[in-house]
Design a protein around this ligand. Structure first.
Ligand SMILES: [Zn+2]
Ligand SMILES: [Zn+2]
Length: 349
């Protein structure tokens, strides 16, 4: 069928909004009419050539929409279902079988470099166009996803607010809930409070940290971090942010999370005093980071969980996390509730 997609051609060219052809869903696949899609740093890194994915390609991996058509053999989803799309996984390798879908042996082939089994579902002007980005390519009016990477959500929830659960939000929340797994009443410092770091703050509030320190160089982000649950905000431009954190946490945060993606953020994190109880995690590896590739670095600076992909989340776990978020007095919850009541007003119910 004819669709419209935003096509990435290369680092120097703007996205081209163009008509394309999308094949019907095959076995195990669904076609989703995309209502909303977040823009993640990975989309931009691929577009800029920092990750050498072949172009042209349709990117977008925080898509949300409504199923229009299901492929042969699909019984767990139906046309009309509201779904969020997340990352793909093979379901057969040992990591998938262990529930660590973000560490799937086929992760790069499925989510970044491949076009899916049987080739790309997208064509432009008769030629194959790169698709299947994170098993969705959601910068388009329609996307093909698989039953492995979609999660059904209630029809009365606003898809445009839920879309980023598919990547950034689950990465931040999962890093706290699944990787650091703290006990209530302890302390955490979150370095970098963009989408991932703010989600980590929300999770830290939910699990009951007593001291939650947000660290960033952008004042607006720090303000939002306080609204979402941070007990303290520290400017990375302060004279000695590390000393400030040490004082606020009475000797150093027991848990730390690095979500800046820049080596300077990690440098500050590793200056914090540490002991065997300290747990630290990073949400991504910065270019030329000396810690890149090391996992579970143990020693004087505590336990280091490097590069916890997608917060060790399984996509179906994303929605319950949101469910727990809704009753909270957070900005996100408030927005969702306001949106819901506006929709009810429009419907007159
Ligand atoms: Zn992402
Ligand atoms: Zn796998």
């Amino acid at each position: 069928m004819k669709i419209i997609a935003a096509i990435a051609n290369g680092p120097r060219d703007p996205f081209e909004i163009e008509p394309c052809e999308l094949s019907a869903p095959r076995a195990g696949e669904v076609m989703v009419r995309v209502h909303a899609c977040g823009i993640c740093h990975t989309d931009l890194a691929v577009k800029l050539g920092h990750i050498p994915v072949p172009m042209p390609k349709v990117l977008g991996h925080e898509g949300a929409g409504v199923i229009e058509e299901v492929g042969p053999g699909v019984t767990s989803f139906r046309p009309g279902d509201d779904v969020l799309m997340s990352f793909g996984s093979c379901g057969e390798c040992s990591n998938c079988r262990d529930g660590a879908l973000g560490y799937c042996d086929q992760f790069r082939a499925i989510n970044l470099f491949g076009n899916g089994p049987g080739g790309s579902a997208l064509r432009r002007g008769g030629s194959e166009l790169g698709g299947h980005f994170f098993a969705q390519s959601a910068f388009a009016t329609h996307a093909i996803a698989t039953t492995r990477n979609i999660v059904k959500v209630d029809a009365d929830l606003p898809l445009e607010l839920l879309a980023p659960l598919g990547c950034g939000i689950q990465t931040g929340m999962g890093s706290v809930m699944n990787v650091l797994r703290p006990q209530a009443g302890t302390s955490i410092a979150v370095f970098g409070v963009g989408a991932v770091g703010l989600s980590a703050i929300i999770a830290a509030r939910i699990v009951g940290y007593s001291t939650i320190v947000a660290v960033d160089v952008v004042p607006e982000r720090l303000r939002m971090a306080r609204e979402l649950g941070a007990t303290h905000a520290v400017s990375g431009r302060a004279d000695d942010p590390v000393a400030e954190i040490v004082e606020l946490t009475r000797g150093g945060a027991i848990f730390s999370l690095e979500a800046t993606g820049v080596p300077a953020g990690r440098g500050e994190l590793h200056q914090l005093p540490a002991c065997e109880r300290h747990q630290r995690a990073g949400c991504g590896a910065a270019p030329r980071d000396p810690l890149r590739g090391r996992s579970k670095r143990r020693g004087r600076s505590g336990n280091w969980h490097s590069r916890r992909r997608r917060g060790r989340c399984q996509p179906p776990a994303v929605y319950p996390a949101n469910d727990r978020l809704l009753p909270r007095r957070s900005v996100a919850a408030r927005q969702i509730r306001q949106d819901l009541s506006a929709r009810k007003d429009q419907r007159g119910c």
